[in-house]
Write a new protein. Structure first.
Length: 276
């Protein structure tokens, strides 16, 4: 276990003085519920780790720390941006999708501590789990080392090239962060129809709600057509934005596939056509 933690510590750029914090940040609630407590993983942290619970409290803390550090960095890096610009770029950098990508980039999924059932279900690869766990790790990092190691990691891994790409999109006048508007504009431009959003389900306690929203294509006849995508979020608004983002990604992938198919010889094209 020490070697495993050392590998993750290297990716984080920080050696934990209290490794039990990192252990807890990696512990999904399914394991805590299954065992009633975190099992001892190292002799030196046994008394601390026992009964420590899951990573949800650290996730709460890490979310706040992440928002603060990103806001501070953007404020210092781009004095020319107005409040609206800063808010939109920060929203992208701390979004579930982006934080899941950051977690995947450092191999966080392989370090997560899950129940046997969730292990079989492939939970460690899900974007929501990766994003939440990444926030929990940042919370643990802040508790163990203070703000500086969080700043270093965020600037290197969370911001990196992404902030310059977002700045370029901002300069180009893109609908940054407003995926619902971008989806509507794209559908209208192609005269395909308009997006319609519906809440499919709600889960979790009142203080930690999760909404599942579906976006469908409303045709000229006014009837909701085929499903474009589904999204999740802590609010209906966030879930709708997530669904719109996923729909846009699918449309981009379909456009790339269509471009590739156009280059295929006519005889082979029919055989390789994929239904949308």
């Amino acid at each position: 276990m020490e070697a495993v933690l050392a590998e993750l510590e290297a990716a984080l750029g920080h050696s934990f003085a209290r490794p039990e914090l990192l252990v807890r940040a990696l512990t999904h609630r399914s394991l805590a519920n299954e065992r009633g407590a975190i099992e001892p993983v190292m002799e030196s942290v046994q008394s601390e780790a026992k009964g420590a619970g899951d990573n949800e409290r650290l996730e709460f803390l890490g979310d706040a720390v992440l928002g603060l550090v990103v806001a501070e960095a953007l404020f210092l890096l781009h004095p020319e941006w107005h409040e609206g610009d800063l808010t939109r770029v920060r929203a992208q950098l701390v979004s579930r999708q982006h934080m899941a990508e950051v977690g995947a980039a450092i191999g966080l999924g392989s370090h997560l501590r899950l129940s046997r059932g969730e292990e079989k279900g492939g939970l460690r690869r899900k974007s929501t789990v990766l994003s939440n766990s990444m926030e929990a790790v940042l919370g643990a990092l802040w508790l163990d080392g203070g703000m500086e190691p969080v700043r270093v990691f965020v600037r290197r891994r969370v911001m990196g090239e992404a902030v310059e790409q977002l700045a370029e999109e901002l300069r180009a006048g893109a609908a940054l962060g407003n995926f619902k508007s971008a989806l509507q504009e794209q559908l209208q431009a192609s005269r395909a129809g308009a997006p319609v959003y519906r809440v499919k389900s709600e889960s979790g306690p009142d203080h930690h709600k999760r909404f599942l929203v579906e976006v469908r294509l409303k045709t000229a006849e006014g009837e909701p057509g085929k499903q474009l995508a589904r999204g999740m979020g802590s609010t209906k608004k966030n879930a709708e934005q997530d669904a719109a983002w996923r729909a846009l990604e699918r449309m981009k992938a379909a456009a790339r596939n269509a471009g590739a198919e156009a280059a295929i010889e006519p005889a082979a094209e029919e055989e390789k056509r994929i239904e949308p």
